[in-house]
Design a protein around this ligand. Structure first.
Ligand code: GRF
Length: 198
């Protein structure tokens, strides 16, 4: 018998990727259960989506803890309390504490709005990514799902989806089209990963 994976979603913002994962689960395209949504930002739109769907939420902000160790230990305790097996970062704007990374080897993934290893790293988020891609004269962009390690956007790449860049693309139009691709790619990759875990 296969075990349904208990997934934790980490987010800081509006949560459209989280919503696409939820939809994939309800459509039967992803065999997982979202057990908790964790955010550093109590105002994150994704938290309202969670509450509206009866999913527990937790707000954990590094600034409320005396040390990084204490922050990491609390995050681990929260994840364990929900029996979490796997973590998907969906627009989470903070680093994951090293103790949490070590406790979930190859079980933390992230989605990035460009074709890594290009256009990643510290400061490469949101519109900065799409501005940099267009300024570099790239002819294609897309989305990347990768494992998370202790360096931003650095872990092994699991999957990518590409789109062409047209001559009239702006950072805004590119952002919109890449986000659509993210919403397809992330649930597909998560399904591949949960199948492998079973
Ligand atoms: C996405 O573009 C994702 O690639 C990046 O953060 C953004 C989150 O968007 N890591 P949303 O909150 O899922 O709408």
């Amino acid at each position: 018998m296969t075990k349904t994976i208990n997934l934790a979603i980490f987010l800081s913002g509006k949560g459209s990727n989280f919503a696409s994962i939820l939809k994939a689960i309800s459509d039967g395209r992803l065999d997982a259960r979202i057990v908790v949504v964790i955010s550093n930002n109590s105002e994150a739109g994704g938290l309202s989506i969670a509450s509206g769907n009866g999913i527990p939420t937790e707000v954990l902000e590094r600034g409320n803890f005396a040390s990084g160790e204490e922050f990491g230990a609390t995050m681990l305790k929260v994840l364990k309390s929900y029996n979490c097996d796997f973590i998907a970062l969906a627009g989470y704007m903070r680093k994951i504490p090293p103790t949490v990374i070590r406790a979930f080897p190859k079980r933390i993934v992230n989605i990035h709005p460009a074709l890594l290893p290009k256009f990643g790293g510290k400061g490469m988020y949101g519109h900065y990514v799409h501005e940099a891609v267009i300024a570099a004269g790239e002819t294609e962009s897309g989305a990347t799902v990768h494992f998370v390690d202790e360096i931003y956007d650095n872990g092994d790449i699991i999957g990518q989806k590409r789109i062409p860049i047209t001559s009239d693309d702006t950072p805004e139009s590119l952002a919109t089209r890449v986000l659509e691709v993210e919403h397809q790619l992330y649930p597909e990759i998560l399904q591949q990963l949960v199948t492998r875990l079973n």
